[in-house]
Design a protein around this ligand. Sequence first.
Ligand code: UD1
Ligand code: MG
Length: 471
Amino acid sequence: MNKYALVLAAGKGTRMRTKLPKCAFPILKKPMIEYIVESIEASSIDETYVVVGHQRKVIEALLQGRVSFAYQEKQLGTGHAAMSAEDALGEKEGTTLILLGDMPLIDEPTIENILSAHQRLENDLTVVTTNFNDPKGYGRIIRDKYGKIESIVEDKECTIEQKTIQEVNTGIYAIDNKYLFNTLKHIQKSAYRDEYYLTDIVHLMRHEYTVGTYTIRDNSIVMGVNDLYAISIAEKVLRDSINRQFMKSGVSMINPETITIGHNVRIEENTIIYPNTTITGDSKIAEGSHIGPNTEIHNGVIHKGVNVKHSLVYDSVVHERATVGPFAHLRNNANIGQDNRIGNFVEVKKSTTGANTKASHLAYIGDTTTGSNVNFGCGSITVNYDGKEKHQTYIGNDVFIGCNTNLVAPISVGDSVFIAAGSTVTENVPSGALAIARNRQINKADYTKNLIKPKGKTVATIEKGKFSKTN
Ligand code: UD1
Ligand code: MG
């Protein structure tokens, strides 16, 4: 039996009040719809169809090559959205699992449980329900006196009595594909809104077909996200569940409620994550590393035994035992070598450093390839931009760069070079050289007595090598 997923993601998401279409809105920096498609991909479903409409290009770009698309030109409700998939899906034989594009926490085991319950109960339609203490906003499940599902009534259309029902429609349905498209033809426009409600399939099918329900205990898995507050709730649920899994697998978290780890992040055991730390994207943290406090890592690869504190690491790699921070910024393919020290207020961009290299304070290293055992003195700058283009700097091994040095790129510095503090180096430096690129100091002896003495101010004079002040 073939299994299809039909995901409805054409809606505007008016209640979000954001420019992005709702299903593309990020949760832990990943678009909502991607969570749903990932769970479907992990399941036994054979083909996935996503209905797009409002800002369709945004959703299509996110899912290109992974799913087939159907197009709902005008957003006339969930029933109409499902109908829009008729050309693509209508003729197929099998079971279709309908999902909404605003339920980011749906997971693969839940999908499998629904599909097997649908089969086991031999239903033509299985409506997936759950219970909420506060069911506001959800369609309520109306049952007859035998407990059989009769219909679904939207929150806004409930009577006062119906509003007290806590069993709600999750928006997930498992249904025989042929019956789905046969029934959709009979849905009428709602009496209340200019919309065709998918929920109408329940009362349309209940007499002629076997219609049943499957209830999910953990309601957070199927919560619908309709506004930014719900985004924050979904994010919290996801964060707690991810953190719990990591802590159970040997990742120590100090004050875990302040720690946010993305869905695709891998962290090995024996690591410590300190408060106010966010690790997202395709990041990997290897064994023995200490990350945080106050650190953000996105698409970062952190090798064993690394220490990153009060720092930002984006799209970059840090090799074994290096220390980063406090207040360092690694970005755009910074590749930090083993046993490096990247310290206070140091920015590294698109640069590679060899082993044992140090930039302990106040440096900018950009578009640079650096060897091993290099010391960037305080205030060192690779001057990579001439106002029009970026240029490369090459630095060999065992190089000492004195404080406040500018290396004006394009430039190449050989091995075992020493650059005097305060140099602005504009020409290549050969291996073994001492480079001094600054004006020689001039001391004008016995000079300051010539300075005009400002009224009532202190003037510094130098007498016989001693420094004294006179009024
Ligand atoms: C829907 C259900 C409600 C259920 C709730 C669960 C209906 C009528 N209501 O309400 O019973 O309790 O979900 O979260 O089905 N969409 C389209 N095209 C449209 C309209 C919507 O593709 O014309 C998509 C949206 O992008 C969204 C999904 O369908 O991903 C659900 O739409 P939404 O407006 O959020 O429905 P709810 O009011 O939450
Ligand atoms: Mg919704």
